[in-house]
Design a protein around this ligand. Structure first.
Ligand code: NCD
Ligand code: ZN
Length: 347
């Protein structure tokens, strides 16, 4: 097969940052995706509909002339999110949901939720208004091994939450474990999960073999091979619970290549090429469209995109670095060869 054409895909989990850095990268996503759920973990976090609409305006203003890309904004849930804010978000079509960061779980999560019991009323309001909850699914207890934090979150937080709020729509973002996959599969269609390209392609050896590899460090951290295989099986199965979310999370090179490097992999530049590689290795390229272009829109109850994206078989080299405001950014697979190249046709 020399090319494969899909309905225009969407990225259901993306970090775009802000300002000059955002302006340098946003087109990478717009070249591949019709829409993206834009994460709210800016500094300060995007906690209100008003702030999200302003941020959305800055994203649209940074797009090149003629780009067709729709940012779907997620709001940052805190212990103190007012009920009024949930109602406002529910009424704004530009807002797709609320993101739950357990405080301290990941980059810029300090303002996150310090205990699930503190937001019960907010969860009730989300359920009542039909607003999805997007979850970073890791416990933050320092006594829990970092490789076990997702599995522990599922049993101690997510499972009770799904039971207690029977109509709440929930996305387990960037699922990385067999336990996560099995839990989501055991739920009805109101629970879904995004899967990143890097968790489909790499296991934790990629982080620690031949030296420490900071550009493979992200949260949730890469897991062992059996978990990667469970993710590939879920993504390529066609199961409507699972959809594409890159979790592309750019950090400037000095912040990655550091004694205390930031978490996040920059995959947006080559997102569909990386997913195609993972699906091809699994012999499942024919299942890519469901995962990338159908399941997410169906979960959120919004129309699938018009237009198409074609992946052509051709060998090309990923740049070593990219512009990122005043700094440089190292993309996933920097300097390596890829065997697919994506090109989008708006519809
Ligand atoms: C993300 C970031 O840098 O904003 N980092 C990451 O490793 N994925 C935050 C997140 O989604 O956890
Ligand atoms: Zn993320």
């Amino acid at each position: 097969m020399d090319s494969i054409t899909l309905a225009t895909p969407d990225d259901w989990h993306l970090h775009l940052r802000d300002g000059a850095a955002m302006a340098d990268i946003v087109d990478h996503s717009a070249r591949q995706f019709g829409r993206a759920v834009v994460m709210p973990n800016l500094k300060p976090p995007v906690t209100t509909t008003a702030a999200a609409l302003e941020y959305r305006g800055r994203i649209l203003a940074a797009l090149p002339e003629g780009a067709r890309f729709e940012p779907l904004m997620a709001l940052y849930l805190t212990d103190a999110t007012p009920a009024e804010e949930i109602r406002r978000a529910a009424e704004a079509p530009e807002i797709i949901g609320f993101k739950l960061y357990p405080a301290g779980a990941t980059t810029h999560s300090e303002a996150g939720v310090t205990g699930i019991e503190k937001i019960h009323w907010a969860l009730e309001a989300l359920e009542r208004h039909g607003v999805p909850l997007l979850v970073h699914g890791e416990v933050t207890d320092p006594d829990v091994d970092i490789f076990d934090r997702e599995a522990r979150f599922i049993e101690s937080v997510l499972e009770p939450l799904v039971r207690r709020f029977p109509a709440l729509r929930i996305v387990l973002e960037h699922v990385t474990t067999k336990e996560g996959v099995e839990f989501v599969q055991s739920c009805g269609p109101r629970v879904g999960a995004t899967i990143t390209a890097h968790h489909l392609l790499y296991n934790r050896n990629a982080l620690l073999t031949g030296g420490i590899r900071p550009h493979h460090y992200c949260l949730p951290v890469l897991k062992r091979e059996s978990h990667r295989q469970a993710l590939v099986a879920a993504a390529t199965s066609g199961d409507a619970h699972f959809f594409l979310g890159t979790d592309s999370a750019p950090h400037a090179r000095p912040q990655k290549e550091s004694a205390c490097g930031c978490a996040g992999c920059y995959t947006a530049l080559t997102a569909m090429e990386l997913y195609a590689l993972a699906f091809e290795r699994a012999g499942a390229l024919h299942m890519l469209e469901r995962f990338a272009s159908h399941n997410g829109a169906d979960f959120y109850g919004i129309p699938r995109n018009g237009g198409t994206l074609t992946l052509h078989r051709t060998t090309w080299q990923v740049p070593e670095t990219l512009a990122f405001g005043p700094e440089r950014l190292v993309p996933a697979m920097a300097g390596e060869s890829l065997t697919w190249r994506a090109s989008r046709r708006s519809g």
